[in-house]
Design a protein around this ligand. Structure first.
Ligand SMILES: [Zn+2]
Ligand SMILES: [Zn+2]
Ligand SMILES: [Zn+2]
Ligand SMILES: [Zn+2]
Length: 249
C-alpha cells in the first residue's frame, strides 16, 4: 500500500521508452538529430555509427582536419534506411529541437516526484518515515508501527540493510541466470554440432551404400550376360551333337 505513489510514474515510463536512443540504449543525449526517415539519434551516436560504417572517412577526417572529402553513408539502426551525409557529416543532419525540449521537460518532471517520494511516510503515522522492514510480514513499515502498531510482535531490520541484501541477492541471481544462459547456449551449440555431424554421417553412409549397390548391379549384369552366353553355347553344342551324325555322311 505504501507504493501507490509509484503508479504516477507509469505514463512517464511509456514516454521514456520513446526517448531511448537505439544505439546507446539510454535517453537521447543532446544534441538530437533527426534522420530523413524521421527516426532520431544522439548526434554523438550518429557520428559513432557513421565512422564505423565508413572507416576510411574517419581516416580522411583525421588527415584533412574537419572537412569530410566524400559524403559518408550509414543505415538507420531502426529501419535500415540509408542516410547519406553531406560534407558537414553528422553536423549536416537536422536537429530535433522538439525531442530535445521533451527530454528537458521529462527530466524536470521525473526529478520532482523522486525528491518528494524519496522518503515515503507511513499511511497511519503520517509524520513517520518508512525506514524499517518487517521481516515477519515482508513489508516496509515505520518505527511507530513496530513499537505500538500492527508490527508490534514482529521481527524488523533497517530498510536500507534489507534493500542492500535483496539487491545483492537479485544481482547474484542475475549473475547465475547469465552464467546458466551461457552454459545452455554452449550446450545448444554442442547439440547443433552433433546434429550436423549425424546428418553428414548419414549422407556419407547413404552414398557409400548406393555406390556398393551400383557395383553389385554391374557385377550381376555382367554374370547374367556370361551365363546367358554359356547357355546359348551349350544349346548350340547339343543341337550340333544331335543333328551332327545325321548331317554328316
Ligand atoms: Zn545515443
Ligand atoms: Zn529510420
Ligand atoms: Zn506507521
Ligand atoms: Zn509485521
Amino acid at each position: 500500500k505504501q507504493f501507490t505513489v509509484g503508479l504516477s510514474y507509469r505514463p512517464l515510463l511509456n514516454l521514456e521508452r520513446q526517448l531511448i536512443c537505439p544505439i546507446c540504449l539510454e535517453m537521447f543525449t543532446k544534441p538530437v538529430v533527426i534522420l530523413p526517415c524521421q527516426h532520431n539519434l544522439c548526434r554523438k551516436c550518429a557520428n559513432d555509427i557513421s565512422q564505423v560504417s565508413n572507416p576510411s572517412c574517419s581516416l580522411l577526417l583525421l588527415s584533412r582536419g574537419t572537412t569530410l572529402g566524400s559524403a559518408g553513408r550509414f543505415r538507420c539502426p531502426s529501419c535500415r534506411h540509408e542516410v547519406v551525409l553531406d560534407r558537414h557529416g553528422v553536423y549536416g543532419l537536422q536537429r530535433n529541437l522538439l525531442v530535445e525540449n521533451i527530454i528537458d521537460i521529462y527530466k524536470q518532471e521525473s526529478a520532482r516526484p523522486l525528491l518528494k517520494t524519496g522518503h515515503p511516510s507511513c499511511e497511519e503515522h503520517e509524520e513517520e518515515k518508512i525506514n524499517i522492514y518487517c521481516m515477519t510480514c515482508g513489508v516496509p513499515t515505520c518505527s511507530l508501527c513496530k513499537v505500538f502498531g500492527e508490527h508490534k510482535g514482529c521481527e524488523v531490520a533497517p530498510l536500507s540493510d534489507i534493500y542492500m541484501k535483496q539487491k545483492s541477492a537479485l544481482t547474484d541471481g542475475i549473475g547465475v541466470l547469465v552464467a546458466t544462459n551461457d552454459r545452455i547456449q554452449a550446450f545448444i551449440d554442442n547439440l547443433q554440432g552433433i546434429c550436423r555431424n549425424i546428418e553428414d554421417n548419414s549422407k556419407a553412409q547413404k552414398q557409400a551404400l548406393c555406390e556398393k549397390f551400383d557395383r553389385m548391379y554391374a557385377i550381376l549384369e555382367e554374370r547374367r550376360k556370361i551365363m546367358l552366353q554359356r547357355i546359348t553355347y551349350e544349346q548350340d553344342e547339343k543341337t550340333h551333337d544331335v543333328e551332327g551324325p545325321g548331317t554328316h555322311p
